[in-house]
Design a protein around this ligand. Structure first.
Ligand code: ATP
Ligand code: MG
Length: 588
């Protein structure tokens, strides 16, 4: 039986402990107003993400609970309790205020995963300013583009990053008044001109600060999309998003007060902020932050030694771990994991089941976008998993499969019919604009529906299945082929580590399916393996859907958030311009 046709059943004791025990019951009872009532709010109807994430736990007597455990690259460990985090973030808010930076002003961070990044994010929100995180691996161009578009007034970075990436472009950024430098190993005796010392400013600031009473609709976060399909867009999020951060942490990630949570995403993209910083903190639990980059052995050791109970990661990471086999994951003793989730790309059925082999737990796929601000469709702790499905919409989220008809849309009611995934507008973490691009924002909505740009289908039981991005779907000889299905079939072959599939223009069929494949250790590209894979895919998918061509690559081009860039595979195949590659892993 192939991975696609099994169901992973959940034992009753798992369901009994879950926050969401019965999907239908929870969904029927859920309202966003009741989700908001689980938070504190501020007097006069004000709402501030950082208050909900930090200060309210101190107010409720959990100040001594561990909020963040930071694991440095070189083996250092730094612990921050909720009380310590509250004081540090107060100081940062005070630093901004002393600089004359106020409500609505944009504060950018270009930092590795160090405590200052987390402090800057939350301190900025306390001050009513807007936080925008940048990947520390960005080169000068993408930094200038984002800080310029976002009219950044403040940038928090390190001396090394400043010298290498910001100093050369600073003259192009008239809005950028203040640069705060966090000490790093390479800090020289003399700080670069026009910068301030982060630590000195923090020491001079007070440990108390009254959180700014932001309105729920005040802008809080500016997140750039991953740039998988083109130039990244700046999605605007407001303080009210915290209601969704909290509710999704509870229902989709099943967070409980005693959890140790690890979100492996970098805050440079939205998962690393919504779930790497905010959601677990709103639950008053402990988060692990690892400064180092992916390394399977290191990750297994962190899971084990830190007693991680809930782990949120991404398909690329899972596929990289799969390369070295489940035995490597099992070596070294028992773990404390109770729930594993993944987001960012489709999670191949093989990967869901690999979780069972490696950790005795299936990996729970969930779906969302920078624009949605939080998880929208998920596999829940108490719900059976159908590998390859993204799961069911969050309580409070109305999803549908729609077709565009003229200037409107028509909701597709018959099951297993493909169309565009749409969400009824109005959930609290919905983006409120693309920065300086109202036209593009308006185009995302038709009536009450937000159109996601992803194609999917819903089965008769309400599970959603991802087909592909509208841009990536292949039209071949009258068939509509989703790359995900083809990639997942190839991944079932023991030699295949990763696969990326594109449509290649063809005079007869319109497009033919071409697959790019990278291999697991111990396998080498050869003509016979190529033929074997073509046959393997044909048996699984049938001749209409199976790739006609397969090429081997040492690795696939990916965004920094780990997504396969099919548009780049296609551009390279066709000899076309590569377009915006600022998000390409390895580019600078
Ligand atoms: P850009 O919009 O700039 O092209 P992007 O869409 O990759 O970049 P993100 O907002 O980070 O930027 O990613 C959201 C997209 O990632 C979704 O629209 C979807 O295509 C894909 N995605 C996320 N999670 C899943 C999932 N569980 N299954 C399938 N696809 C997913
Ligand atoms: Mg997108």
């Amino acid at each position: 039986m192939t991975a696609r046709h099994v169901t992973v059943h959940k034992p009753p004791e798992v369901a009994a402990r879950a926050n969401l025990r019965d999907y239908e019951v929870t969904r029927a009872a859920f309202t966003w107003a009741s989700a908001r009532a689980e938070l504190d709010g501020l007097p006069g109807g004000a709402l501030n993400i950082a208050h909900e994430a930090v200060d309210r736990h101190v107010a409720h007597g959990r100040g001594e609970h561990l909020a963040l455990r930071w694991l440095g690259k070189g083996g250092e460990v730094r612990d921050l309790t909720y009380r310590a985090l509250s004081e540090e973030t107060n100081r940062f808010a005070g630093v901004l205020r002393a600089l004359g930076v106020g409500r609505g002003d944009r504060v950018f961070a270009l930092l590795p995963r160090v405590p200052a990044l987390y402090v800057a994010c939350l301190g900025t929100l306390k001050n009513g300013s807007v936080f925008s995180p940048l990947f520390s691996a960005f080169g000068p161009e993408p930094i200038a583009a984002r800080v310029g578009l976002g009219e950044g007034r403040v940038l928090v970075t390190t001396e090394a990053l400043y010298r290498k990436k910001v100093a050369p472009i600073r003259h192009t950024l008239p809005s950028l008044e203040h640069v705060l430098l966090v000490a790093d190993a390479s800090a020289g005796a003399e700080r670069p001109a026009g910068t301030r010392d982060y630590e000195a400013e923090m020491r001079a600031a007070s440990a108390s600060f009254e959180v700014v009473a932001t309105s729920p609709s005040d802008m809080a976060l500016l997140h750039f999309t991953s740039g998988t399909t083109g130039k990244p867009k700046g999605a605007i999020h407001v303080h009210e998003a915290v209601v969704a951060h909290h509710a999704t942490g509870k229902l989709a990630l099943d967070l409980h007060p005693d959890d140790v949570f690890w979100c492996t995403a970098d805050p440079g993209w939205v998962t690393g902020t919504s779930y790497g910083i905010l959601s677990p903190l709103t639950h008053g639990i402990t988060s692990i932050i690892d400064e180092a980059d992916f390394d399977a052995e290191r990750w297994y050791a962190i899971l084990r030694d830190q007693r991680v109970t809930v782990w949120y990661t991404a398909p690329t990471a899972v596929r990289m771990m799969m390369r070295s086999g489940a035995a490597a994951a099992r070596a070294g003793g028992a773990h404390a994991l109770r729930f594993i989730a993944s987001v960012g790309e489709p999670l191949n059925p093989e990967a869901v089941l690999w979780g069972l082999e490696a950790f005795d737990l299936p990996i729970h796929d969930n779906w969302w976008q920078t624009e949605t601000g939080g998880i929208m469709i998920a596999n829940y702790a108490a719900m059976d998993v159908r590998p390859g499905s993204m799961g069911r919409p969050l309580p409070g989220v109305d999803a549908a499969i729609v077709r565009r008809v003229g200037s409107g849309v028509e909701v597709v009611t018959s099951p297993d019919t493909e169309g565009e995934l749409a969400l009824r507008r109005g959930w609290p973490s919905m983006f409120r604009g693309y920065l300086h691009d109202d036209e593009r924002y308006a185009k995302c909505f038709v009536g009450e529906w937000y159109l996601t740009g992803d194609l999917a289908r819903r089965d008769a039981d309400g599970y959603y299945w991802f087909i592909g991005r509208a841009d990536d779907v292949i039209k071949s000889a009258g068939h509509l082929i989703g790359p995900f299905e083809v990639e997942s079939a190839l991944l079932e072959h023991p030699a295949v580590a990763e696969a990326g599939v594109i449509g290649k223009p063809d005079p007869v069929a319109m497009e033919v399916v071409k697959a790019f494949v990278s291999l697991k250790p111990g396998h080498a590209p050869s003509e016979s393996l190529r033929r074997e894979l073509l046959g393997f895919a044909r048996t699984r998918l049938g001749p209409a859907v199976a790739p006609k061509e397969i090429a081997f690559l040492p690795s696939l081009p990916r965004t920094r958030s780990g997504k396969i860039m099919r548009r780049l595979l296609k551009a390279r195949e066709l000899g076309l311009p590569e377009g915006d590659t600022s998000m390409l892993e390895g580019a600078s």
